[in-house]
Write a protein that binds this ligand. Structure first.
Ligand SMILES: Nc1ncnc2c1ncn2[C@@H]1O[C@H](COP(=O)(O)OP(=O)(O)OP(=O)(O)O)[C@@H](O)[C@H]1O
Length: 656
């Protein structure tokens, strides 16, 4: 362990209150190696890099809590990765619940063991599930954890989630403290994927931007020719610096970005803060990068909703103030054209969607972020009228362009609908323009019945498909045009087939595949995705294709009711109870048709409460997805057999 790093620590407080008793255990470890996807989002390159993020996030949590100010990341020649910090050190004393094990072993070998559940040891942390480091341990063929604590250096070694021995004292550490984790990802799980220096370098740098109180050092023993092999990051200017760097030399509308940081304590009485930076540029499409407790949230969430609400209301109010009537036309989408924003919030007890934490779902964040940003935005606009005027003019122009385009589309859609022969079984929506409309492709007529009642007539249309559609990879292309289900689908979408296909003709905003949560449903969804991937790929590339996520179980206890997506979630609820009275009643939906309209609306169709998965193509190498689709859905069974042989160990138990 690097001597100086652990020696220099100063910000530590409360060493004595952070010990084994801070570590709570909720459940045992096991299924991670069987179903890595559930815990780390897959076994691909993205998932592999996520392993580093999980360990790094723990060190960042120590830093954000004020216990560490330096973190080091080292990529070794054999692709092992070390993350070190000068924090309090993972507790190594015996755990009160398991007296024969150290807290370290409990943390590394037990799912849901951690010090971040109750907010006692950490106030705002990226970690919350207590699974990150045990998952990384389970998926590594070697993991060595060193802890410098109480003037001594301890070490414990693990392989594939199992300890190779107990915690051992391996030396004295009179002036050091901190944690060092070195792991080597298991090839049995991640196959040929290897860490990319560039990706880890970028990760390290972005973390330093997100928390200006930490210095992050990067070292790589693998030289890819483009990434520095050593670097140190410390950005006192935080997100404003980050934005400046990402915008580079692009011309911008505001001389200095609108940036700031607001603590929640005073106004909302709780720990945490929001930091942001935004500017507008004519030279590129806008984007927003958002984070919660330094964890990237690529799908946004409540903090992003709150941020845009503040900006939108602020700019409209400013427009009104200066008498620009057209400002009232500006929408959130207009803000994003050319708007480049970074938003990072730190909150206590955040709730995310999924273990990879892609979206923040903490309700309160929307309001806290909106109000904090709004006050500052109003002041900023009033103080820098030159920038404010330039941004307002730019956004008004964007809104006008959008309205003009919509008008054109509307006339096109109306005339197209008149001309179109729509399939008889399509239950269309009433909206005349495409914005915000959705087409649900549903499995079976009975499901169509509940969906018909559950839908929003204005924006949601339904196309029930009978049985399984043709496997387009197994069929001759001449057959496509004559297949009834495919031609119904193509007509309903409004796009042509083959050379006549044009994604701009699409009649709906979102196309949502809604099938039963069982094996047959998954097969139908796979057939439909194969169809879209091979015949209408631009629909996926432009983000129009989605999968609905109907639940498999409904649990009721007295007046309380929850829905669970799978057995694991069901078991979790059964264990902790729903908080209602009496026995918990479990019903398993055999299909969408069994759900009543209320169930279906609440869980699967209502945009305010449902979960949708956007179908995207994430490839490390061009053509990778096409090869996989051919292998799984194509004409050659031997390819499928080969795939099963190579991957069978990853498959969980089939639920039949
Ligand atoms: N570098 C570290 N320094 C101090 N304590 C740590 C460190 N790494 C892990 N811990 C302790 O181990 C616990 C478990 O970590 P783990 O990564 O398994 O889960 P988590 O961070 O609590 O939640 P999540 O699963 O959401 O990441 C943490 O809550 C923390 O108490």
């Amino acid at each position: 362990m690097s001597e100086d790093l652990l020696a220099e620590h100063s910000p530590g407080q409360n060493q004595d209150t952070y010990d084994a008793s801070s570590i709570e255990v909720l459940e045992g470890l096991e299924p991670v190696r069987q179903r890595p996807g559930m815990y780390i989002g897959g076994t691909d390159e993205r998932a592999l890099h996520h392993m580093v993020a999980e360990i790094l996030d723990n060190s960042m949590d120590e830093a954000v809590a004020g216990h560490a100010n330096r973190i080091e990341i080292e990529l070794h020649a054999d692709y092992a990765v070390t993350v070190r910090d000068n924090g309090r050190g993972i507790p190594i004393d015996p755990h009160p619940k398991f007296p024969d094990k150290s807290a370290l072993e409990v943390i590394l070998c037990t799912l849901h063991a951690g010090g971040k559940f109750s907010g006692k040891a950490y106030q705002t942390s990226g970690g919350l599930h207590g699974v990150g480091s045990s998952v990384v341990n389970a998926l590594s063929d070697s993991m060595v954890v060193k802890v410098a604590k109480n003037k001594e250096l301890f070490e414990q070694r693990f392989s594939r989630g199992l300890p190779l021995g107990g915690v051992e004292k391996v030396g004295a550490a009179p002036n050091r403290r901190g944690t060092e984790v070195t792991f080597h990802a298991d090839e049995e799980i991640f196959g040929k994927h290897r860490f990319k220096p560039k990706r880890l370098f970028t990760l390290a740098r972005s973390k330093a931007y997100l928390f200006s109180g930490v210095e992050i050092r990067w070292k790589s023993h693998i030289d890819d020719g483009e990434t520095p092999t050593e670097a140190s990051f410390h950005f006192p200017g935080g997100l404003a610096d980050y934005l400046k760097e990402t915008l580079g030399k692009a011309s911008v509308y505001a001389e200095a970005p609108f940036a700031g940081k607001v603590e929640f304590r005073e106004k909302f009485g709780q720990a945490g803060y929001v930091e942001w930076a935004i500017n507008w540029t004519p030279s590129r499409d806008g984007y927003i990068q958002s984070y919660c407790n330094t964890v990237p949230t690529p799908e946004g969430g409540t903090h992003v909703t709150g941020f845009w609400a503040a900006i939108l209301k602020g700019i409209k109010a400013y427009g009104e103030l200066v008498g620009n009537k057209k400002a009232s036309n500006i929408t959130r989408d207009d803000l994003l054209t050319g708007g480049c924003a970074l938003v990072s919030c730190f909150i206590a007890d955040p709730a995310f969607v999924g273990q990879t934490k892609d979206r923040l779902s903490t309700e309160a964040a929307a309001k806290m972020v909106e109000q904090s940003v709004r006050d500052h935005f109003d002041n900023w606009l009033a103080a820098d009228t030159k920038s404010a005027g330039a941004i307002l003019d730019f956004l008004v122009l964007r809104a006008e362009e959008r309205l003009r385009r919509r008008q054109e589309k509307e006339t096109q859609r109306k005339s197209a609908t008149k001309k179109l022969r729509l399939p008889g079984k399509l239950v269309d929506c009433s909206a005349t323009n495409r914005d915000g409309t959705e087409l649900f492709i549903v499995e079976g007529d009975s499901a169509g019945g509940s969906a018909k009642m559950a839908r929003n007539r204005k924006t949601q249309a339904l196309l029930p498909l009978r049985g399984k559609i043709l496997n387009v990879l197994g069929a001759a292309s001449s057959k496509l045009g004559t297949n009834a289900e495919i031609s119904d689908l193509t007509q309903a979408l409004g796009v042509g087939l083959g050379t006549r296909f044009n994604v701009d003709d699409l009649r709906y905003d979102k196309i949502i595949i809604m099938t039963d949560a069982d094996v047959d449903g998954a097969h139908i969804a796979a057939l439909l995705m194969t169809f879209f991937f091979t015949q209408m790929r631009p629909m996926i590339d432009t983000g129009h294709l989605y999968l609905a996520c109907p639940p498999l179980f409904r649990l009721t206890q007295g007046a309380k009711r929850v829905y669970c997506i799978d057995e694991v979630e069901r078991d979790e609820w059964l264990e902790k109870g729903l908080g209602g009275k009496g026995k918990i009643d479990v019903s398993r939906f055999k299909g969408l048709g069994e759900m009543d309209a209320k169930d279906l609306k609440e869980t699967t169709m209502d945009p305010d409460s449902r979960t949708l998965i956007r179908v995207t193509i994430d490839e490390d190498e061009p053509g990778e997805t096409a090869t996989l689709v051919e292998q799984l859905m194509g004409k050659k069974p031997e390819l499928r057999f080969q795939y099963i042989q190579e991957n069978a160990k990853f498959a969980g138990d089939l639920d039949v």
